[in-house]
Ligand binder design. Structure first.
Ligand SMILES: *[C@@H]1O[C@H](CO)[C@@H](O)[C@H](O)[C@H]1NC(C)=O
Ligand SMILES: *[C@@H]1O[C@H](CO)[C@@H](O)[C@H](O)[C@H]1NC(C)=O
Ligand SMILES: *[C@@H]1O[C@H](CO)[C@@H](O)[C@H](O)[C@H]1NC(C)=O
Length: 503
């Protein structure tokens, strides 16, 4: 048995009693929209959106769940809206392009707290703070046992609810929530040959309120971010919502320039995300939380869910609002869309005039010959992750430490493609959804799947292997003709799950 051939040592810090992973392989759109923070007006920066397609500047639960609305996620009953800022690369001449997102978003629902209850209808929340430009904590985090048991310091927890993983599928994976700021461009060029994964953990303790003035204070992190004690008055235990997005930063290896998050952040410490509950009903979500407890975490192992093909999800997109049509959020363009200043910190970022909002002129969108905004900021440094130490680093969604057998195991996986495919639970072959166009054509897969990475998740004493398979996708670069980075990027990642029993 392969599971015996693979000697896998696991270190899981904390254990969710169950979880599932919602794949939302395609974006519903991107643009300066944020119906939670800036309802009805132009948002200060670009976000990328997944989930419910009946979406715009004023979106609410009722819109997301309206008859005839769609979702880009794989479960038909989930029209929730999930969004994060876009990641950009700015060349040293000032020209800026959005980095290609790889494989959409994974939104994990993990049951770390006891007796998780469903988000109420109308519930929405924001995690993270776009103004932050500094993280002074130690790296890696100090041992969880040294953290306060009383979660009064929400700022401390919020800063540790962000993760930046350097992806190199030939090395041991880094644990989740490992780094709390973005690595330097040089570090990424040298080490992160498969790109960057950005993670965001949402607070899972709640007052029961659907929202609050700052869209945050109706929820709070438990004392260890994902588990632990809730603050007084935050007695609702929601599922631990965890976003993962992967960005093809490796497409810019060797190019002179810098990575920027859309709100003008080269540090990553201001990373944030938003969620509007858009499940069919609170009761349905509660039933899913109660019944979808298969250790695999696969949505296909929950009979309650109606799965839809990724090719259907890919057709779920929203129309760009009229006032944003000239934004050119994908680039190439001069600087961030639109006129967002780069703020290096470490002081908090300050507000800036939002182009097109309330009398602020929208600048020319054409590439000017005199690019404006590039300047090298101070470098953030990190020592390289020592793979042998990641086993004890904090994390827990994907914490895996492989012995030297892992490489052999991987080689085996890629040399036995048919058994890999047939062991995919649920037997629904993931559709070749493209993250660029809604109807890509697949090239022949005669060579068999090329497993370029595996990572592992655990539940109790079960180990789940996630094999990341490389597939060539012929990209019809209609919406993206201007971006060489995207046109050159022809890789699509499938995630397959292979549960392994472990003794
Ligand atoms: C800036 O540099 C990039 C990469 O070399 C290039 O693609 C782009 O056209 C340049 N922009 C301008 C305005 O020359
Ligand atoms: C969870 O629910 C069970 C059964 O209703 C109850 O006995 C237990 O005290 C609850 N735990 C918490 C932490 O609320
Ligand atoms: C969990 O799902 C697997 C398929 O991946 C299935 O074989 C197994 O029986 C399920 N377990 C339970 C408890 O339903």
């Amino acid at each position: 048995m392969r599971s015996q051939a693979a000697a896998i040592a696991l270190a899981l810090v904390g254990s969710a009693s169950a979880f599932w992973r919602m794949p939302c392989r395609t974006q519903t759109g991107h643009g300066r929209i944020d119906p939670i923070v800036d309802p009805g007006q132009i948002s200060a920066h670009v976000h990328t959106f997944h989930g419910g397609g009946n979406f715009g500047m004023d979106t609410t639960f009722d819109d997301l769940t309206a008859d005839g609305s769609c979702t880009s996620c794989e479960v038909e009953e989930d029209h929730s809206a999930y969004w994060t800022p876009g990641l950009y690369f700015q060349y040293s001449n000032g020209t800026t392009v959005m980095v290609q997102q790889v494989g959409g978003m994974l939104a994990y629902y993990l049951y770390y707290l006891q007796n998780v209850t469903a988000f109420p209808e109308g519930f929405q929340m924001v995690a993270g703070n776009p103004s932050l430009r500094d993280f002074q904590g130690p790296f890696p985090d100090t041992d969880l046992s040294s953290w306060p048991t009383d979660p009064t310091d929400q700022f401390f927890l919020q800063q540790r609810a962000l993760g930046f993983n350097c992806l190199n599928y030939n090395k041991d994976p880094e644990p989740s929530l490992y780094r709390h700021k973005m690595m330097t461009k040089d570090y990424m060029d040298e080490n992160c040959v498969d790109g960057l994964r950005i993670e965001l953990a949402f607070p899972s303790c709640g007052t029961g309120a659907k929202d609050s003035n700052d869209h945050k204070s109706h929820v709070a992190y438990p004392s260890l971010v994902k588990e632990g004690n809730c603050p007084e008055g935050y007695d609702e235990h929601y599922p631990f919502l965890f976003f993962e997005t992967i960005w093809a930063t490796n497409a810019f290896a060797g190019d002179d320039g810098q990575f920027l998050l859309s709100y003008g952040d080269p540090t990553g410490t201001g990373y944030h995300g938003d969620f509007i509950m858009g499940w069919k009903s609170k009761d349905f979500l509660q039933q899913a939380l109660d019944e979808c407890t298969n250790a695999s975490g696969e949505i296909s192992d929950c009979p309650l869910f109606t799965l839809q093909d990724d090719s259907v999800g890919a057709q779920c997109t929203f129309d760009t609002p009229e006032e944003l049509k000239g934004d050119n959020p994908m680039g190439p363009r001069d600087g961030l869309p639109v006129n967002v200043p780069i703020q290096y910190g470490p002081a908090d970022a300050t507000d800036y005039p939002v182009a097109g909002r309330g009398g602020v002129a929208t600048s020319s969108m054409s590439l000017s010959s005199a690019p404006s905004t590039f300047s090298e900021g101070p470098t953030l440094s990190y020592s390289p992750a020592n793979p042998s130490s990641t086993s004890t680093a904090q994390g827990g969604i994907v914490v895996a430490v492989a012995t030297s057998d892992l490489l052999g195991h991987k080689a085996e996986a890629s040399s036995t493609p048919s058994s890999t495919t047939s062991s995919t639970p649920g037997s629904t072959e993931p559709a070749p959804s493209s993250f660029i166009t809604s109807s890509p054509s697949m090239e022949s897969e005669e060579a068999g799947p090329n497993i370029i990475s595996t990572s592992y998740m655990t539940h109790g004493n079960e180990v789940v292997e996630m094999a990341i398979q490389e597939v060539d996708v012929t990209v019809t670069a209609t919406t993206y003709t201007t971006s060489t980075a995207a046109a050159n990027h022809k890789r699509h990642l499938h995630h397959h799950l292979h549960p392994h029993g472990r003794r």
